[in-house]
Each structure stands twice: as C-alpha cells, then as structure tokens.
Write a protein that binds this ligand. Sequence first.
Ligand code: BES
Ligand code: MG
Ligand code: ZN
Length: 502
Amino acid sequence: MKIIQIKSLQERPKADLLVLPFCQKKQGGPFSLFKTSLFQKEIKKIIELGDFRGHLGEIFILHPTRQQEPRLALLGLGVESKACTEDLRKSCAVLTRFSHERGFKSVNVLFPEFKKLSKQESLRGLCEGFFLSSYVFTKLKNTTKKRHPQLKMIRFIGLENEFKPLLKKHASICEGVNLARDLVNENADTLNADKLSEIAFDFQKKFKKISTLVFDKKRLEKENLKLILAVNQGSSANPALIMVNYKGDPADKKATVLVGKGVTYDTGGIQLKAAKGTIVHMKCDMGGAAAVLGVLHAVAQLDLPINIIGVIPACENAISDKAYKPGDVYESYHGNTVEITNTDAEGRLILADALAYAEKNLHPKHLIDLATLTGGVIAALGNKMSGLMSNDSSLAKKLIVSGKKSGELLWKLPLFEDYKVALRSSLADLKNASTGGAYPAAAVAGLFLQEFVQSTPWAHLDIAGTAYLSEPKDYHTTKATGVGVRLVLAFLEDLIDSQGGY
Ligand code: BES
Ligand code: MG
Ligand code: ZN
C-alpha cells in the first residue's frame, strides 16, 4: 500500500471513496475538520437529523453525483478535546476494514486539521493506522480464501509537499513493525535460531551499512556464553548469538545496543508449562528479537545517522533428556553462577549472557533490552503497556516520552533492592527465580538482569503482555503486534535530534 499527498481537492484523481473527517464537540453535534464548502447542504441535513454523530470510528456513506469518487464517507474521529494519535489509528483501522470488505483499491482522505494535534502528530496517527491495519499474514492459510489487502493507494488531500519525507518515514517504520509481526506469526519450527541468523545475514546483503556476525554453538562454547547453551540443551535446533551492526555515524565510537529475547519456542522446559495456560502463545517468545530486527530494518531503510547494534540470543526452551535441569548450577558469561530454580525462567538467562557480552565487547552508549519476560507484567499492566525497569532515570524518562509519542506505552516498575533476597541461593551466586514469598515477578526478573550490567545506562522492557494479544484488536489484525519497533524508533529520533538533527 502507498500513501501520498495531494495539495488540493481540485487536483485529486479518481478513487473509490472520499473520506471527510469529523470530530464531536463535547456538547452538541459533529463538526468538520477540513476547510471546504463542498457537500455542505447534504452534510447539514445529515447532522440535523442526527444520522451521524462523529463517534470514534463511525462511518456514514453518501452517494453524491459528479465527483471524482462514487461515494463519500463521513468519518467520526471522536470528541475533539480528547483527540490523540491512538484514536486516529483506531479510526483508520475501521476505514481499512470497511474498504477491504468492499474491495476498494484507492481512497482519498481530506487531511483533518485538529486544534489539539500538530499536523505531524495527525500524520503519524493516520499513516500508522492505515499501514498497520492493512497487514495480513496469509502464509499459513491453504484452503480459506487468501485475503490480500486490496487497498493500494491512500491520498491525503490538502497536505503540503513538505510532509513528503514524513510519509516515507512512517512507511519504513510500519514496514519494520510488519516484519516483526511476520516473524512472530511464523511457525516456531520454521523460525528457529538458524532462520533468524539467515534473516540477519539477509540484512547485511540488503543494506550497505549493516554487517552481521553470528556465533554458532561452537563459538558460544569458546566465548563461554554458557547460559545460552544451557537453555538450548533440550532442543535439537541450534542456538546462536546474532549481532547485527548498523553503522550510520562512523565518527561515533559508541552505539545504541538493542538486545532482543529470541526464545523461538518456550515450552517451559522440564518445568513444563500447563497445557491450558499460555503455552499456546509461546511462539511469541522471540517477540523482542523480532522487534530488534524490525528496528534495524527501518533504521537502515531510513539511513539514519546513528550507530545501532542488535544483539539476539536465540534458542529454544525445549524438553528432553538433554534439557537443563532444575536444581543444577550453570556459569554465566559474566562469571557468576546461577542455580536453576525454574527452567521456565529461561529468558533472563539468555539475556544475562547477551547483556554481559554486549557491555564488555560492544561499547554501548546505552543498552536497551526487549523481552517477553514475565507473566507478572501482564498481571500488573495488561496488554496496553509494557513494563520498564532501568538503572538510569534519564534513560527511563526518555523512553517513557517515546512511549507516549509512538503510542507504545511504558510504565515504570521498581528495581527495589529489598526484593533481591528473592534471588539469593545457598548453592550458587544467584538463583534464576524466587522459590516462594510474595515477590513481584516482573521486577524480580529485572533485578536478575541488573546483576549482569555493570555501569552502562540500561533499560529493560518487558513486552510479555503487549507483543502478542489473545485476539486481534483495532489496528492489530493478527495477535502479533510488532510492539517495540515504533517505540524504539521514536526514541532514536529524539536521540538524533538531541545530537544535532539529520
Ligand atoms: N516467556 C515467558 C513469559 C511470557 C508469559 C510471555 C506469557 C508471554 C506471555 C517466560 O519465559 C516465563 O515463562 N516466565 C515465567 C517466569 C517464572 C517461572 C519466574 C512466568 O512469568 O511465569
Ligand atoms: Mg519461560
Ligand atoms: Zn520465555
């Protein structure tokens, strides 16, 4: 799908639909968000009769004569004083679904002008709404009709040329999100660590500024990345540590390092997950890795002047006689030892090795990890906010701002020292999960990770609730959301701005 801008109503080409955006006043009827006297008589009548109220996602169709489009849609965007980019995404999703059901190929949209939102903000909401709600994943369907998105072209009417680069930016960001969604939706048996490595090497081929390095099993052994090896022990698939290096600012010696949990399937290991619980969701356990690859794809496509290294510990938490054992002790890359009190707390183990390796070897400016880490974060924050834990309040604040800007919200959880007792082991330096007591699972996982970061500003994003929904919703057309891509790109954008812009 393509989104372009057209300066004026007179210049617009033919389309299947013309969309006129409306908001509601807090009290009273709807009012238009565009400047044209076109269709005033017809619209006045509809509003007087109360046939269209302007509710969020409400659509009213008219059939005017002698227009470039055979039909007009009044589109409700909700109460104006509450207008936000997230509501724009949702309204666009309604419109996309409406268009797909009717086989529309092109839609002209009068660009709405809000008092409360800047044009940049509106554009973000609208572009993301259209791009993200047009996503389909049909690869695994055989007999049911493959529904390809018919919508090929959206034109924003009344938007000046200067916004063209923003259209490209949002298209690339959403491409990154949709790539992350594809990776999560793919079968876990297909998308193993080897496949993730292959994708990382494809990036190297596709983008000049990317170089990829993958540690295979032998190299992991040589480097002492033993926690990654331990978690993969029960699997017949290979483990890997995948590093994708994007160098967009050669003058800068340092890089933003993004670490993504890449557990391609999480059975729980010997402490197997319950049959009726979240196990059916566990193909999503590489959602962090998917987000990191999505970010790198967008960053490279946009040619951003910044250094990013994506680090993905990839493995499978499987169950077999070879699987790592509860009660056994394993050594980490960092050098401390970990008693395995729960084989299902595997994510923190592979992240621990990846974080410690990254800090020691990759000169990170800061470290941000994204991981579907705990059920606890779902209990605490649900599926509309990811958990944020950090050893650096300035980094945390910036990420919270990026969350608001991108619509991928974060909520800060405490790395409360007193809870560290939950990880005290009588046998090893640490245990990987608490064995009793009223400890908050998400924060304890964060405290575990903190043990493996020395002095680098670090933030941990627990995306267990947000990466994979129980049902598709709003502009998420599949369970996989691709969460993290938009958030990290908003963060990087601000980082670039603070370094002098691009
Ligand atoms: N991958 C899971 C976390 C998860 C749960 C992701 C639900 C997505 C949806 C993680 O590896 C896990 O199993 N965590 C355990 C940790 C516990 C054993 C300390 C959990 O949260 O139950
Ligand atoms: Mg687990
Ligand atoms: Zn897991």
